[in-house]
Design a protein around this ligand. Structure first.
Ligand code: FAD
Length: 483
């Protein structure tokens, strides 16, 4: 969706095929922390607030500095965190950071200087994944209205099943007359093939084979259990069988960390829980509990046993932890609990992607003008006009909160490079995709590695090492100390 917005801004034609039959087919039940991608959102025209807008140039000469409808929706639902606290299970604080830690003046945050304004933009934004999708969908409508383009751009219920390569002569990669080279399975119909012949030995299949062979999914030896709990449910549960006085006392106790702006995590050196504001409108919190399970089959088994087993496991591990952790776990509705083993994938390289795209140089005999076969040959190629972005290119563990951030930046990067290299400079589509893939892989690979490291160190004593620094920084300093 983000790519579609960026393409529409540049008037590059596109069509989205989405396998879900409608926007809200699946619950998209977890929250995202947006870090660097806040800037990408602004370049996509999703500007939250006129006051702190800083004229984001989208690199193609467009200036997105006015707040937009999509930006206002984001602002309504998203939460900006101003403090991050780390505890041990008894509630002792071992680290704190964030704007409020450093700028707290008693009862309010100090007014920001212009340098402070930059800091504000660097704060993390927490947003339900489904809200972000909705905001992007709105941004696409806005971009279409700006371009007076009301062409239908999304086909729901269409699953990509294969991509047809383009055949032609060397140097002719872009001469494919605007045809659609993809095959789609209309998932609304029972017909698997929808009458479109699928290529049994297509390049897409081969490319998929190569990618799977070279970069299989890698189990990261841990599981995450997720839940969403509203403060309404929490307080309701706590007030049964209590006097008014006790209720008030308990609410104060519960509210200390649940002020809507604090992110907190607690760990015991093995199990870790991370809690963040999830939705401003519904006053909800999301928790993410994780712990190591060396054997993938055991992790899969726990995940398959479903929400009740997952919630029981979370409660078993944290029942004696500090307020409000057991209370929140207890008050979380079963239907809002889920859990999965964690995976990433060995890194792809730009070379693998480009080789998968343009694989076959097929010598072909030339036919002379007299109709007889000439001894010389020309070369033809098969070209797969496709690339990857987001999780398809670089799945990573959720422990650095970078997957969606990188996916949004990928989208902007791909649109910018297509526009500059292919549309403006007139270079081939292959050249543009290669440049994009190099930038995308260089940028995201460090995040994949860091996310994989975090899957390990967050389940060790480093998670509760003393120090007012992020756990990533605590890990870096501990590895420096060890060297
Ligand atoms: C628990 C958890 C917490 C996370 N927290 C964060 C965080 O805080 N910050 C962060 O940046 N990231 C986070 N992530 C990662 C983030 O959710 C993903 O990296 C991000 O959603 C990837 O976006 P994507 O568009 O590449 O893929 P997706 O969001 O998976 O979107 C892919 C879309 O393509 C559709 N599709 C798939 N296959 C086909 C097909 N064959 N044909 C047609 N359509 C198809 C799908 O239905 C889907 O709509 C978290 C992930 C998890 C699991």
């Amino acid at each position: 969706m983000a790519l579609a917005v960026a393409l529409r801004h540049r008037q590059i034609p596109f069509h989205i095929f989405e396998k879900d039959s409608r926007f809200d087919q699946r619950s998209q039940g977890y929250g995202l922390t947006l870090q660097q991608a806040r800037r990408a959102l602004r370049a996509l025209g999703i500007v939250e607030n006129d006051e702190d807008s800083d004229s984001v140039d989208d690199n193609d000469g467009n200036n997105n500095s006015r707040s937009s409808g999509s930006g206002k929706i984001l602002q309504q639902h998203a939460v900006t965190s101003t403090k991050h606290v780390v505890h041990t299970p008894d509630g002792s604080i071992c680290g704190e950071w964030g704007l409020r830690k450093w700028k707290w003046t008693g009862n309010r945050i100090k007014p920001q200087s212009s340098r402070g304004k930059n800091k504000k933009r660097r704060q993390n934004l927490h947003v339900p994944r489904q809200t972000l999708r909705y905001v992007l969908y709105e941004a696409l409508k806005e971009a279409s209205a700006d371009n007076n383009d009301d062409s239908p751009d999304i086909s729901w219920g269409h699953k990509l099943v294969d991509i047809q390569p383009v055949f032609g002569d060397i140097g002719d990669e872009d001469n494919h007359n605007g045809k659609d080279y993809s095959n789609y399975d209309d998932t609304d119909s029972d017909n698997d093939n929808d009458g479109v012949p699928l290529f049994t030995e297509s390049i897409a299949t081969k490319a998929k084979g190569i990618v799977k062979q070279i970069t299989p999914l890698r189990y990261l030896h841990c599981i995450v259990i997720l839940g969403i709990c509203s403060l309404g449910d929490l307080f309701k549960q706590e007030s049964t069988n209590m006097t008014r006085q006790q209720q008030k006392q308990k609410q104060i106790q519960l509210s200390a960390l649940l002020d809507g702006e604090t992110v907190f995590q607690t760990a015991d050196g093995t199990t870790r829980i991370y809690l963040m504001p999830y939705s401003k409108k519904n006053n909800e919190y999301m928790w993410q509990l994780s712990f190591p399970i060396p054997d993938e089959e055991i992790a899969l088994d726990l995940s398959r046993r479903g929400p009740k087993a997952l919630k029981d496991e979370a409660l078993r591990r944290c029942q004696s932890w500090h307020v409000p952790i057991p209370e929140i776990l207890e008050a979380t509705p079963i239907e809002l609990v889920s859990g999965y083993p964690v995976y990433d994938r060995d890194l792809l390289t730009a070379e693998i992607l480009s080789t998968s795209r343009r694989r076959e140089i097929i010598p072909r005999p030339l036919t002379s003008t007299t109709g007889t076969d000439s001894a010389s040959t020309s070369c033809s190629f098969s070209f797969l006009p496709a690339t990857l972005l987001g999780d398809a290119a670089h799945p990573m563990s959720p422990f650095k909160g970078q997957g969606a951030n990188q996916a949004l930046i990928d989208a902007l990067s791909l649109a910018r490079i297509l526009y500059r290299v292919h549309c403006r400079e007139g270079r081939s589509l292959g050249d543009a995709l290669e440049l994009y893939e190099k930038e995308m892989m260089d940028r995201s690979s460090t995040k994949v590695r860091a996310s994989s490291e975090a899957a390990k160190f967050l389940h060790t004593e480093i998670a509760i090492q003393k120090g007012d620094v992020t756990r990533g920084a605590a890990f870096s300093s501990s590895s420096v100390t060890k060297k």
